[in-house]
Unconditional design. Structure first.
Length: 280
């Protein structure tokens, strides 16, 4: 008598079953919807693009509203992309719990791919913005100069245009003004040097140059502090948007899998394949 040692087959596919074509399609759909929503935000003025006073008032409420819109955009776009990816996925014939897990992972992969693509686009945009907003020489520009560019214009404003190349003078003045946000503030010798630089460039008398330096230093400190607060709020909102987007992608993909397999009825509002009924 011999014993049969063969293992009975398990219903359903036990492989990883990741379908990248559906994931890529979902990520493209998520990115497209996010682009449209950000375009609307830019049109109505709640897209956070700059903290400089030359662009618009970046108050706390407006920055918070921009960040909240970013969270809502992530919620809508990631849900849309994950739903598409799960609906396009070949149905899984195993246990419903395994099917939900695989659909959820499909949605998380859409979220990950769309996040990476968005990150690459954001890095490219950030690298391009300083070249557009701060027309200074690359060898003399300093970090943060675009935020206080208008303050530098005020500092060196005169009756006649300054003679010669002002790139180094602006960069040097920017480095001094950036110290206004430090714990000790702008040093007395730096203020004296900045006053002399303004006098030599604009031809102002010493009392007028001192008043201008003090006024510009105060404005620069306010602009830099506002930019710092905006960056903190926006950074927190970006992280919150990424977390909310991951959760939304998981649940949207699971819901799409239930609709795809017929385990849950699709809402009539979204059942576009049903026959059109007449109301007359």
């Amino acid at each position: 008598m011999t014993m049969d040692t063969r293992i009975a087959p398990v219903a359903g596919d036990t492989s990883l079953n990741i379908q990248w074509s559906a994931i890529i399609a979902g990520a493209i759909g998520a990115a497209a919807l996010a682009f449209v929503l950000h375009a609307f935000a830019t049109a109505i003025g709640i897209s956070l693009s700059s903290t400089a006073p030359t662009w618009r008032d970046a108050s706390f409420a407006l920055v918070f509203l921009s960040g909240l819109y970013l969270v809502l955009t992530a919620l809508a776009s990631y849900s849309f992309g994950a739903y598409i990816a799960a609906r396009l996925r070949v149905p899984f014939t195993g246990a419903p719990a395994d099917a939900e897990f695989r659909d959820g992972m499909q949605g998380l992969l859409v979220w990950a791919l769309a996040t990476l693509l968005t990150g690459f686009i954001a890095v490219a945009t950030i690298n391009a913005v300083p070249r557009l907003t701060a027309p200074t020489s690359a060898s003399t520009s300093v970090a943060g100069e675009s935020v206080i560019a208008f303050d530098l214009d005020r500092l060196f404003r005169g009756a006649r245009p300054p003679a010669g190349n002002m790139d180094y003078a602006r960069a040097e003045a920017a480095r001094i003004l950036l110290t206004t946000t430090s714990h000790s503030g702008m040093q007395a010798d730096d203020r004296t040097y900045l006053v002399r630089l303004v006098m030599a460039t604009t031809g102002l008398a010493q009392p007028d140059a001192e008043r201008r330096v003090d006024d510009v230093a105060q404005r620069a400190r306010d602009d830099l502090n506002r930019a710092r607060r905006s960056a903190v709020i926006l950074g927190f909102m970006v992280g919150a948007a990424a977390l909310v987007g991951a959760i939304a992608a998981w649940y949207a993909a699971c819901a799409a899998g239930r609709h795809r397999d017929g385990r849950e009825a699709l809402d009539p509002l979204w059942d576009w394949g049903r026959p059109v009924t007449r109301f007359y």
